[in-house]
Design a protein around this ligand. Structure first.
Ligand code: PLP
Ligand code: ZN
Length: 405
């Protein structure tokens, strides 16, 4: 396992309580400082003996690959999307499709590392609050590790596929009368009481696994650094993890340029967009987040300050898209490229289109949109936004008539 320590992201203090989720001295966010020295004598291809996937990048990860809890996460496709690019006006557009992970979202990247760590420290019960995908993923990894699992979900606001997964993998599913931010407060209290080991992205081990989406993109582009990477932003763990990965690659000299990190939020849940618009380093939480993209229906993003730093320090930006733009982008991606993503993921594509239209993205940029989750996660939204099936009798003439229309 690569040497590492947990430190406070705000004050730098070393943290030795494995259950801590904030700094005891300043209340700051935690992060992991990896010892990257061994990587400084290596090249990217030195890792290619291991197949592409999260554990190829073990020297960047704070967990022992020999003891990993894994169901083959990562190694997802990076699609060349010229048809979609034509539609929205970008010549060199790629989609990193993290909906191809074992439970259908990028959360598996963080969860394999987070649950491996939980197993190392002997945790028996793991838990999380979730808009859906974190719970689906944790439930699967807890099953694989033989741990008990409790998940806290905002009542009535979790897409069918995600809820089904958490139930199916045997987690205790608790439906909280409240939104995600409130469910997270409950899970954090139980973690403080040591009733469970918390695996939300406030846990510093989770984002470490999520760094690997960036390492894979670089491998898949043969280290031709894109100009821009666009992600949906909910709790803001993923964009922060991608930034951390870039900083680490720069530190070991594998890259010299850093893509502009661009964070997209839904209009009904956009604290980061507002903070960015007013040039602030911190954001004001929103009380009543609302959007069809339930995975980013979050008003108080835990890693929001990290996300803002990621955006400012890479020269990126943060903009919002409407629910209608999200649904249009979801369909456009499906119908031009055959890629099915859930609404939150489509926010990155909707954001790309909006930024081209407003002249912020140049059509010659090399752009990667990260699409975070699978279309099958949320069938209800798709069914209500597409034309219904055509009903007919078994009469062949009637069927021929319908087909010719
Ligand atoms: C969790 C999730 C997001 C948001 O990611 P953050 O790290 O919370 O910003 C976006 N899309 C999907 C599909 C997700 O599951
Ligand atoms: Zn601190």
């Amino acid at each position: 396992m690569a040497a590492h320590k947990i430190i406070c992201w705000d004050c730098g203090k070393v943290i030795d309580d494995v259950y801590a989720d904030t700094c005891a001295s300043c209340g700051g966010l935690l992060t992991i400082k990896m010892d990257l020295e061994p990587l400084k004598n290596m090249r990217p291809k030195d890792l290619h003996k291991t197949p592409i996937g999260v554990w190829r990048y073990a020297p960047f990860l704070p967990a022992d690959p020999m003891k990993k809890v894994s169901i083959h996460e990562g190694g997802t496709p990076l699609y060349d999307c010229s048809a979609l690019g034509n539609e929205i006006g970008i010549k060199d557009l790629h989609v990193k499709y993290d909906g191809a992970n074992p439970t259908g979202s990028f959360k598996d990247r963080g969860m394999t590392v987070g649950v491996s760590h939980a197993s190392e420290i002997g945790a028996k019960v793991v838990g999380c609050a979730s808009t859906g995908n974190t719970s689906a993923s944790l439930a699967a990894y807890a099953a694989k590790a033989g741990m008990r699992c409790a998940v806290f979900l905002p009542s009535g606001k979790v897409a069918a596929g995600k809820l089904a997964q958490a139930m199916f993998f045997g987690a205790k599913v608790i439906s909280v009368d409240g939104n995600f931010d409130e469910a997270l407060n409950i899970a954090r209290k139980l973690s403080e009481e040591r009733s469970l080991y918390l695996l939300n992205s406030i846990n510093p081990y989770r984002p470490e696994g999520q760094k690997t989406v960036l390492f894979e993109i670089m491998d898949q582009l043969s280290y031709n650094v894109p100009d821009r990477i666009i992600l949906p932003v909910g709790n803001a763990g993923n964009i922060s993890a991608v930034h951390k990965a870039l900083v680490e690659l720069e530190e070991i000299g594998w890259i010299t340029e850093i893509p502009m990190l661009t964070g997209i939020q839904a209009e009904g849940a956009m604290p980061i967009v507002k903070a960015f618009a007013s040039g602030k380093k911190d954001f004001i939480p929103e009380e009543h987040p609302e959007t069809v993209a339930t995975a980013i229906r979050i008003g108080n993003p835990i890693s929001g300050r990290k996300a803002l730093k990621a955006i400012y320090s890479t020269g990126g930006c943060s903009v919002s898209v409407t629910d209608a733009e999200i649904i249009d982008a979801q369909k456009l991606l499906g119908r031009t490229e055959g890629i099915g993503v859930e609404p939150a993921s489509a926010a990155s594509v909707a954001g790309a289109k909006k930024l081209v239209d407003s002249g912020i993205i140049d059509r010659n940029e090399k752009v990667v949109c990260i699409c975070t989750g699978n279309a099958l996660k949320d069938p209800d939204t798709i069914i209500s936004s597409c034309a219904p099936p055509v009903r007919c009798s078994k009469d062949m003439d009637e069927i021929r008539k319908i087909l010719s229309q």
